[in-house]
Design a protein around this ligand. Structure first.
Ligand SMILES: C[S@@+](CC[C@H](N)C(=O)[O-])C[C@H]1O[C@@H](n2cnc3c(N)ncnc32)[C@H](O)[C@@H]1O
Length: 230
């Protein structure tokens, strides 16, 4: 399986990431011109976690996002439904669990904070994913979604769209172990809700105090929210 379509069939998505896994981290860094490290650090800071916290990193892939979270001293678990992605991160010293974002293998309210980086866009029913994340978070616990979003400057947005559709698949052919997946990446970013729409969807899924911050001119947005106390 080279790539998923915008229907995001879970089997297709999981096998697409299995095929991407081998060179996933390198491809990310090349395509984002090294910005991925900055986005991950900003996600950790936005979660406001420390050694007292239990944290779920959902759609963690190779656990590259999880190890950054773990630098806070928090206990962090990586969950993903692509066993190939988890296996590619085997050398990363964090607990890893195979699981689907829409049916998480965790009890209610067990995490102080949950986060998902570049994963929510790939979940077939992302509203269900947001509700599942709320279920496993304790009342008062925190959510941060790190996801590609809509650049705020119109001129820049046009150049960026061109980069997504033209340059990104070409770079992928040189670097990735599954270049076709990067056509899906470009399409799925273009079809994804903008900052305001995603904020409404997060609130509709049962989260409160939803707010966001743009990174790199809105190429990425960090949405933060809190699980209501009751
Ligand atoms: C682009 S990668 C992100 C990996 C990592 N969080 C990062 O920041 O680089 C997206 C991940 O989402 C996972 N994913 C997509 N849908 C999922 C679902 N329904 N349940 C669990 N994982 C899912 C894929 O397997 C893939 O590893």
């Amino acid at each position: 399986m080279g790539r998923a379509t915008l229907e995001k069939n879970p089997r297709d998505v999981a096998s697409m990431f299995d095929a991407v896994a081998r060179r996933y981290d390198l491809t990310n860094t090349v395509m984002s011109l090294g910005q991925d490290r900055f986005w991950r650090r900003a996600t950790r800071a936005a979660l406001r976690i420390g050694p007292q916290d239990k944290v779920l990193d959902l759609a963690a892939g190779t656990a590259v996002s999880t190890v950054e979270l773990a630098t806070s001293g928090a206990w962090c678990v990586a969950a993903d439904f692509s066993v190939g992605m988890l296996a590619a991160g085997a050398s990363r010293d964090v607990p890893k669990v195979a699981g689907d974002a829409t049916r998480l293998p965790f009890d209610d309210g067990v995490f102080d904070a949950v986060t998902i980086s570049f994963g929510l866009r790939n979940v077939v029913d992302h509203a269900a994913g947001l509700r599942e994340m709320a279920r496993v978070t304790r009342p008062g616990g925190r959510l941060v979604v790190c996801e590609f979003s809509t650049p705020t400057n119109r001129l820049f947005a046009t150049a960026y769209k061109e980069y997504l559709m033209q340059a990104l698949p070409r770079i992928a052919r040189a670097v990735s172990s599954n270049p076709e997946a990067y056509v899906y990446l470009a399409e799925s970013i273009r079809a994804w809700p903008d900052q305001t729409q995603l904020a409404h969807q997060i609130a509709d899924a049962g989260w409160s105090s939803v707010r966001w911050r743009n990174l790199t001119g809105g190429i990425v947005a960090l949405h933060a929210a809190t699980k209501p106390l009751r």
